[in-house]
Ligand binder design. Sequence first.
Ligand code: FMN
Length: 199
Amino acid sequence: MKKTHIDDDWADGSEADLPHVPYSPARYTVEEMLERSQHFYTMMNQRRSVRFISPEPVPRAVVENVIRAAGTAPSGAHTEPWTFVVVSDSETKRKIREIVEEEEEINYKQRMGDKWVRDLQRLRTNWVKEYLDVAPYLILVFKQTYGILSSGKKKTHYYNEISVSISCGLLLAALQVRYTPAHTHTHTHACTCTDTRTK
Ligand SMILES: Cc1cc2nc3c(=O)[nH]c(=O)nc-3n(C[C@H](O)[C@H](O)[C@H](O)COP(=O)(O)O)c2cc1C
């Protein structure tokens, strides 16, 4: 019999007797599988990191559905260690842009070193991010390195970075379904942001 450690997050056994949920995926013929996989690849192959953005509005419900799709990602021990924050308010977007540009300027001038700056030259990027003001929405993705149990104890979030990365992949794929160009920007000292924008 498995020994229960006093430190186990689920030591109270509250979920031990939950029944398995039956899984009945749709089944497809070989032809359908080929067609669907080709269609998905064609759609994903049109994804691009675009750094010029239209301010054209996007329905809020679409952004919410995209985030719901991201939240279907697998996660270590099913801890779902992500928080998505949607920003549309101009003043908040401006403040985010200021923080990102300040940190990014340090990246380019001091933190990341000459090799990184040289390697990025061909992309012609720099620390100025006008699109952070222009995009109708910014989706900020935060990883939760740990959670809090109802007992107030810390809950371990296993593989939290990998889990959040997978969910960001699903987020980008979901944005692509709508053919909404998105740009991934990793902010080393603030957060990872994905900007939604319209064509
Ligand atoms: C983890 C990660 C971090 C990235 N960080 C930045 C970034 O800080 N600034 C930027 O302009 N692009 C960033 N990008 C975008 C890449 O430059 C881009 O994905 C790459 O050039 C390939 O282009 P594509 O996305 O159009 O296929 C990042 C992409 C990834 C996956």
